[in-house]
Design a binder for this molecule. Structure first.
Ligand code: URA
Length: 210
């Protein structure tokens, strides 16, 4: 058994996801939807962050008020499609540090091939959110988290927009300690490793490359 899969079923998330799925949605609209939905995902994923009371002074006088306590965050974007989620989340968590892992899927074998890897030096002292819009075969996400585990034994969460059952099973078998957060779990993969019904190629739709 792997860690939990949390489906973020908030009505605004579901509505925006439907707009993203529609083939007639323009690149500009798709991009702004990714940013909006990513803020909502970040809101849910950070729900359990611990708080501590801090002494502050309002214009009316002193009080104790809660602030986020404990470890700071790092958002690790799996390039290139992770960039859209990263930018949205940074609007909500502007002080987060950022890591990048460049992986592409070999179109024939679907194996993940690394071309870039850069993490903050203090990643072991931080909570890690790994972001990639599509958990399809799971090969890319699995490879990314294996690389991250070389740098940190701490908390890692995987956040995507859409997941396929095959990708979830693969990811959980390799990383049973890493919870998955997604806006939806779709039916299946097609023979090219694309999610059905899905939303197409997230990177192409985000950057207008097709
Ligand atoms: N990557 C995508 O962008 N879309 C899919 O459906 C699967 C992988």
């Amino acid at each position: 058994m792997g860690a939990a899969v949390t489906i973020i079923d908030h009505p605004l998330v579901q509505h925006k996801l439907t707009l993203m799925r529609r083939q007639e949605t323009s690149t500009a609209k798709f991009r702004s939807l990714v940013h909006e939905i990513s803020m909502l995902l970040a809101y849910e994923v950070t729900r359990e962050l611990p708080l501590k009371q801090e002494a502050i002074i309002t214009p009316m006088g002193p009080t104790q008020s809660p602030v986020v306590a404990g470890k700071k965050m790092v958002i690790v974007s799996i390039m290139r499609a992770g960039q859209g989620i990263l930018e949205g989340m940074l609007q909500l968590i502007p002080s987060a540090r950022v890591g990048h892992i460049g992986l592409y899927r070999d179109p024939k074998t679907h194996i993940a091939i690394e071309y870039y890897f850069k993490l903050p030096q203090d990643i072991a002292e931080r909570e890690v959110l790994v972001v990639d819009p599509m958990l399809a075969t799971g090969n890319t996400a699995v490879a990314a988290v294996h690389r991250l585990r070389e740098a940190t034994l701490g908390s890692i969460k995987f956040v995507c927009l859409l997941a396929a059952p095959e990708g979830i099973a693969h990811f959980q078998s390799e990383h049973p300690d890493v919870p998955i957060y997604t806006a939806a779990v779709d039916e299946r993969l097609d023979e090219h490793g694309y999610i059905i019904p899905g939303l197409g190629d997230a990177g192409d739709r985000l950057f207008g490359t097709k």
